[in-house]
Every structure is written in C-alpha cells, then in structure tokens.
Design a protein around this ligand. Sequence first.
Ligand code: SAH
Length: 458
Amino acid sequence: MSKQQPPVKKNEMVQVTFEDITHDGSGVAKVDGYPLFVKRALPGETADVKVINVKKNYGFGRLMELKETSPERVEPPCPIFKQCGGCQLQHLSYEGQLEYKQKQVKDVLERIGGLNVPVHPTLGMEDPWRYRNKSQVPVGENNGELVAGFFAERSHTIVDMESCVIQREDNDRVVQLVKKLAKQYGIRGYDDRIHKGTLRHVVVRHAKHTGQLMVVLVTKGKELPNKKNLIQALKDELPNITSIVQNINPKRTNVIFGDKTEVLWGEEVIYDYIGEIKFAISARSFYQVNPEQTKVLYDKALEFAQLTGKETVIDAYCGIGTISLFLAQNAKQVYGVEVVPEAVSDAKRNAKLNHIDNAEFVVGEAESVMPWWQAQGLHPDVIVVDPPRKGCDEALLESMTAMKPERIVYVSCNPATLARDLKYLEEKNYATQEVQPVDMFPQTGHIECVSQIVLKDD
Ligand code: SAH
C-alpha cells in the first residue's frame, strides 16, 4: 500500500488562494486538496505562504505577502494583535465577523450534526470594542522587572500590556495601578518556571450597571507585603472599587484561582443588573463577560422557552442563577444545578435579593443531579442547558430526554459540541427548530448560540 505524501514540504514557498476560515481566525487554502492553515488570512485572498509545519493530512503556513486582499480586510486597531493571540479576527470587518460566525455554525451543524436547520444572522453589537467586564492578567517578571500582560505564544514569557481594546477602560486602569503599586511596595511577580514570587494574577471585575469594581489579587501564598498600604492606595485612587479580595493559589498550575479566598477590604461580592434583576457576583463565580450581549442572549433564551407562568423549568449549569432568575419571573418553579459551590451560594442569595421564591438551587454535577431529579419523579416542561465548552455529558442528555420536556433551550459556547448534542437529541425524538448565534465575543473567534429544540409528536 502506498502512502500518499503531502504535496508541500517544510520551508517551501507556495502561492495559495484562501477558501475558508477556521475558528481561530486562520485562513484555509487547499494545495491539491491538502489543507494549509495560515493565521490572519481571509477567504478570497491570494498570498505567498511559507510552509512551516507539515502533518499527514494538513499543514501550517506563514503569511509572507498578500497578492490579492479581501474587501473585508481592515487594519487591526490593537498594536499587539499579532503577538497577544487573545483576539483572532481583528483583521476582519465586524460585518464580516458576524457573517463568518453564522456560516461557521451552519457548517458545523451540518458537518458534525448532520443537521440542516435555520441558523439566523448573528446578533452583533453596535460598538464591538471595550465590552469585556472581566480582566484576568498574568503577572510575572522580565529581567527583574514586574510585568503584567499576556503569555507570548508557546512560551512562559509574559509580555507587558498597557491596554486591551476589548477590555473596559476601568479594568485597564486597575491593572496598571496594581502594577505600579506592586513595584512601589516591593511585591514580586510570580515566575512559573521556578514556582517562586508572590503575585500571580490580577483579576478585575466591573459591574456595568452599578459601576462597582472588584479587584482580586491571586498570590502564591498568604503573604502579601505592604498589604495595608496597597489596599489604601487602591481605594484612594479608584473610589468605585467596592471589593478587594485575595485568592491564594499555591499550586504549580496554569489554573488561575486557588481554593482559598479572603476579603481584604469591602464586600466579598459586587452587584450588577441584567434587565431588572440584581446579581451578587463573587470572585470565583462564572458571570458572562459581555454585559450588553448577555441581555440579548438571555432574552432569546426566554423567548425560546415560551413560558406562560405554569411551567416547571430546569436550568442546568446555572452559574449564579442568572438564566434561572430570568426564567423564574415567567414560570411556576425553576430548579437550577451548578458544580461550583460559591456560585450556588450566589444564586441563592440572588433569588432572595430579588424576592424570587420559586427558584431552588442544588450544588452538584448536572450529569448526576439530572438523573436524581428524574428518579424523584420531576417532570419539567422546559429544560435549559448552558454547559462549558465540552458540552453536555451523555448521562445528562439521557435523563433529560427521558423526562420528556416539551422544549429544550440549549445555550452553547462551542458549535462543535452543540452539533454533537443536537444530533443525540434528534435521535431521541427532539427536533431543533432554530439556532440563533449571539456575538458575545467580538474580535475573537468564539461563537455563542442559543437553540430551540422541541419534542416531536409521537
Ligand atoms: N448559565 C450561567 C453559567 C454558564 S457557564 C450563565 O449564563 O451565567 C457554565 C457553568 O457550568 C459554569 O458556572 C460552570 O461552573 C458550570 N459547570 C461546569 N461543569 C459542570 C457540571 N458538570 N455540572 C454542573 N455545572 C457545571
């Protein structure tokens, strides 16, 4: 049997025309049917490319010179766009990004899920910049100098960053201030190569509708030199800081947070509103990062749930109860499940805060709690799921479909696992009616969708 050789060799120069784009913003060109992935190349463009990595079934190239440019190409406003890697699509016009996201969802649903269902045009933002309400910046040292920014591609070196064009200005300001104060007070940056130093991350959370700010200083140990002065200076310089928290992460890991959180000053939570509902958010709880689009997403989820006030609803992967409380206003009873205990405490607190007494929350893995609810004889009319990127566990899908809800609303941040799970649901007598992409992450390749799925007539 003869093995077919890739048609290109490493370091070879080829001229290619791009046909498609991947989720990480790479252009896809085919050389005799062999796909070459090239960062920051757009469909329709022709370019000279240097082949840099050759695998059996695909390869990677570097964009050397554009010969024909797409009308969708724009100048990325961020000076560190190429090095940072946090955004993948700044070189594509915003209209182009929205179209690409719709097409990507449609393609993935067809390819992985075998589904041909209506995928609506992506709901985008009027101003797709400076939207993020949370900043998580790694801190380290470069030649003895404290730096905070991002990891240079495939390395442990932190590149210093002063500003991020998708981050709220307040968050940038806090990070710069912490950096300045840390230097002033002799607080060392953490070096992950030798597992030494003090400050590992600065996390800032901003609440759009109250203006409150939370600062989380993630440290290797409990010790934080000049803590009192640091707190005083933060308060003095930024009066809308209402919470200063220290999180201790002694482990050798790239997971940001450790298990221990201590309030250094102020409250352990900040408060924000989505629509009319007020939410308390603590340092480690998940909270959507784009507040403007969160409202758009949740409104869609609520629309797809078609509640009349009589329904029993389950909200799986409920976080701090955001979707649950949105639904509770129009349902008889809502049950939420979430794996992070702090998030469930927040959810319970949030129900009380809004005088909502028809929502209950359970700590646990959704895939274990769902079968338990099923065994208890719970009969939900509607189930909402909003899982992390890996999608729903099969045990969850199995018990969910066994409970035969009329409707399922699936909120997803990963079209590939969405497609896989929708396919499973199709096989269990459920039909996907429509899919609505919502642009929660402009300038990046990330895609969020909300889908309506209904029980087919027997
Ligand atoms: N619906 C919420 C949270 C969505 S993010 C919102 O819109 O704010 C996904 C959530 O699932 C996170 O809070 C995460 O902690 C939680 N999670 C992850 N794995 C889980 C599991 N196996 N069971 C239950 N919750 C899980």
